[in-house]
Design a protein around this ligand. Sequence first.
Ligand code: MG
Length: 228
Amino acid sequence: MKLILFDVDGTLLSCGPQVRPLFAEALGEVYGRAGDLDGYSFSGKTDPRIVLDLMTAAGVTEAEVRSALPRMQEAYLRRLERRLRRDAMVLLPGVVELLERLAARRDVALGLLTGNWQRGARIKLSRFDLNRFFRFGAFGEDGVQRHELPPVALRRAAAEAGREFAAADVLIVGDSTEDVACARAHGVPCLAVATGWTPAERLRGAGARWVVADLPSAERVFAAFAPA
Ligand SMILES: [Mg+2]
């Protein structure tokens, strides 16, 4: 049995530029400043890491940032729930077809591996009815650094499937060099899709086993990883 773990932003969907202002407002509400949000790359970072990076750089002590994180999470997710607009988002090519095909297989389990806080991931996925494909995952609550997430996802997958997964039987699918690095840290193969902010060349340089322009171009990779 194989396990495939999907990143959300840049891999399954894109929210466009509408999330940054919501994040900025929430930071302003909780910490009284938004920091250098425009100069910061969110790509592949967990939500708590984004908050910690931006706020410590803006002069808030790490202890203060951490103690207000639950309030920050609430302030951001409240805005995301109310204001994330599907018509300003993009469902990436081939996503529904691929997930439907994989979900129909009894020898493949699907999960999420994303830096979004779980509720944030669920809100984003709900806009295209994608939550139905994912019963478990690892999320922003599970670690500040992305490389902390794969063991959590594997534990939850094992609980769900009633069996353990070896690293070689897992595939991490993501769009950033952080996805690639977190897979490599655990000896898990990574399929990188250049549908986010990171060019294929950089994903290749980061050591992804496969790099494709988009998910429909990964047909052969899925066939090789999990032969039907
Ligand atoms: Mg991503």
